[in-house]
Write a protein that binds this ligand. Structure first.
Ligand code: HEM
Length: 470
C-alpha cells in the first residue's frame, strides 16, 4: 500500500523574480518528523507517491531537512552528469561523513578525479582476476558446507561469507579475534549513517560509529609499513603500491580513508544483491534451472576449482538475474548530493545548499520505463527488449557520471561466482506462498533473514511441489 501524503503542496523556495523556472513542490508531512518514518520504512513507495503527485522533481521533509527528490532518468542525468558543477558530494557527508570521511565517493572535482585515477589502478583486469581467484577459494570452501534439507537463514550466511571475503581479499588477513573486532567496527560505522540522534550520546549509534572509526583507523594505519613492503595481492596492498603513469600515488592517510570506505562500499551492496538473487531464483525455478544449466555447461571449469573471470562472463542468464535483482531490490536506494549554487533541475529552481537525492530504487519501478515494473522478469535486460537501454540513466544500480561505481565489475564477478557455486551444489527452495519482507531502515535487508531450504543436487528426489513457483 502506498503512503498517503497529507496536507497542501508548498514550494521549496520561490524562483528568483523574472526567472522562467518553476518552484519545486512538496509538502511538510507530520510536525517535527515530516516524512522521515515513511522514507525509512517504505523504501521506494514514498518517492513513487511523490512522483505521481508532483512529477520527477519534488521535495519531502526528512531527517529534519527539506530534501529534493530527483526521480527518473532525466532528473538523474542532470544531477549525476553535473554539467554546471552545482551538485557536490557533500550530500553524502551529512549521512556518512564522520565515519567514512575522505572516501572516494565523498571527494569532489579535481581531487576526486586524481584519487579516482590512482584507485583505478587497483581495479585493472589482471588485479580483478587475482581478487576473484582469492575469493573463489573462500566461496568454494564455505558454500558446499552449508546445511542442506533444513530451513537455513541464507542472509546471515551470505553476510558472513562476504565479511570473510573482505577480511581476506581486501585486508589480506585471516579471520582472528582482531579482524572480528574490525568487522564489528564496520557494522557500527554503517549503522551510524542513518542514526536518528545525530550527535554522540554514549550507547547510541552515532557515538558507537565515531568510536569504531578510530578502531578502523588504527588497524589500517598500523599495518601500512608492512603492506608497503609486501608483494601481497590483496586490495590493501594494491592501494599501497598503485601509481598513475605520472607517478602519483596514495599517502598513508589516503590509504586509511580509502580502505575504510571501500570495505563499506563493497560489503553490504554485494551481500544484498546476492541475497535478493537467491530469493528470486528460489521463487522462479525456471530461471534457477536456466542459470544452473549454464554453470554446468562450463564443464571442467564448473567442477572443483574456483571460477575465473572469463568463466563468470559466460554466465549470461545469471547476468540478467543479477541486473533484475538489483532493479527490484536496489542496494543503494538513493544517491545524495548537495547544491553549491542555485541551479535549474528540469526547469525547477533549486537553491544553493539544498540536499538532493537521486531516487534510484524508485526510478527502477517507473511504469513508463519498465514493463510491469513489480514483476521479476530478467528477460527485460536481454535482446530484443533491452528496457535498460531506453535511456542512458535508466539503470542506476551502479550510479552514473564520474562517481559511477568503481567496483562494479568486482561486485558483479563476486556475486556471480557465489551464485554459480551455490547453483552447482544445491536447489534453492522457499515455500510457494513465501514473500520476503525487506527491512528498509538502513540498506534493504530481509527482515526474517530469508529462510530457504537447500536441496543437494546429487539428491535425485523430485522438487517439492509446495515450494517455489511451478
Ligand atoms: C552489487 C554491488 C555494488 C553496488 C550495487 C554498488 C553501487 C554503487 C553506487 C550506486 C555508487 C555511486 C554512488 C554515488 O554516485 O553517489 C557506487 C560508488 C562506489 N562504489 Fe560501488 N557498488 C557495488 C559494489 C562495489 C564494490 C565491490 C566496490 C569495491 C570493491 C565498490 C566501490 C565503490 C566506490 C569506491 C564508489 C565511489 C566511486 C566514486 O565516487 O568515484 N562498490 N557504488
Amino acid at each position: 500500500m502506498l503512503p498517503r501524503i497529507p496536507g497542501a503542496a508548498r514550494p521549496l523556495a520561490e524562483p528568483p523574480p523574472g526567472s522562467a523556472l518553476e518552484p519545486v513542490m512538496g509538502e511538510p508531512g507530520l510536525p517535527v518528523i515530516g516524512q522521515t518514518l515513511g522514507f525509512m520504512r517504505q523504501g521506494p513507495a514514498l518517492s513513487l507517491s511523490q512522483h505521481r503527485r508532483f512529477g520527477p522533481v519534488s521535495w519531502a521533509n526528512v531527517f529534519g531537512m527539506r530534501m529534493v527528490l530527483a526521480l527518473g532518468p532525466e532528473a538523474a542525468q542532470v544531477v549525476l552528469v553535473n554539467k554546471d558543477k552545482a551538485y557536490s558530494q557533500s550530500g553524502w557527508e551529512w549521512f556518512i561523513g564522520p565515519f567514512f570521511k575522505r572516501g572516494l565517493m565523498l571527494l569532489d572535482g579535481e581531487e576526486h578525479h586524481l584519487h579516482r585515477r590512482i584507485m583505478q589502478e587497483a581495479f585493472t583486469r589482471p588485479r580483478l582476476e587475482s581478487y576473484l581467484l582469492q575469493l573463489g577459494e573462500l566461496i568454494d570452501e564455505q558454500v558446499p558446507r552449508w546445511p542442506a534439507d533444513e530451513p537455513f537463514l541464507i542472509f546471515p550466511a551470505i553476510k558472513r561469507l562476504s565479511l570473510d571475503i573482505a577480511t581476506s581479499v581486501f585486508m589480506g588477513a585471516r579471520r582472528t579475534e582482531e579482524t572480528e573486532r574490525v568487522a564489528e567496527a564496520f557494522e557500527d560505522c554503517v549503522r551510524a549513517g542513518l542514526a536518528l540522534v545525530r550527535f554522540p550520546v554514549p550507547g547510541l549509534r552515532w557515538h558507537r560509529g565515531l568510536r569504531s572509526r578510530r578502531v578502523l583507523e588504527t588497524y589500517f594505519r598500523d599495518r601500512i609499513p608492512e603492506k608497503r613492503a609486501s608483494d601481497d595481492e590483496d586490495l590493501f596492498a594494491a592501494l599501497c603500491h598503485v601509481e598513475t603513469d605520472e607517478g602519483q600515488s596514495f599517502g598513508d592517510d589516503d590509504i586509511v580513508n580509502h580502505m575504510i570506505f571501500l570495505m563499506m562500499a563493497a560489503h553490504d551492496t554485494s551481500t544484498i544483491t546476492a541475497t535478493a538473487a537467491c530469493y528470486f531464483l528460489a521463487k522462479h525455478p525456471e530461471w534457477q534451472e536456466r542459470c544452473r544449466a549454464e554453470s554446468q555447461a562450463l564443464g571442467d571449469l564448473a567442477a572443483d576449482r574456483p571460477i575465473d573471470l572469463p568463466g563468470t562472463e559466460k554466465l549470461e542468464s545469471l547476468d540478467l538475474v543479477f541486473n533484475e535483482a538489483m532493479r527490484l531490490v536496489t542496494p543503494v536506494p538513493g544517491m545524495a548530493r548537495r547544491t553549491v549554487r542555485d541551479t535549474d533541475l528540469l526547469g525547477h529552481h533549486v537553491p544553493a545548499g539544498t540536499m538532493v537525492t537521486v531516487s534510484t530504487w524508485a526510478s527502477h519501478l517507473l511504469p513508463e520505463l519498465w514493463s510491469d515494473p513489480e514483476t521479476f522478469d530478467p528477460a527485460r535486460f536481454d535482446e530484443p527488449r533491452r528496457e535498460d537501454k531506453q535511456h542512458r540513466f535508466a539503470n542506476l544500480a551502479f550510479g552514473g557520471g564520474v562517481h559511477k561505481c568503481i567496483g562494479m565489475h568486482f561486485g558483479r564477478a563476486e556475486v556471480k561466482a557465489f551464485l554459480h557455486r551455490l547453483l552447482l551444489g544445491f536447489r534453492i527452495e522457499v515455500p510457494a506462498d513465501y514473500e520476503v519482507s525487506w527491512d528498509m531502515t538502513s540498506l534493504p535487508t530481509p527482515a526474517d533473514g530469508l529462510p530457504v531450504v537447500l536441496r543437494p543436487l546429487d539428491d535425485q528426489s523430485t522438487p517439492d511441489p509446495t515450494r517455489g513457483t511451478p
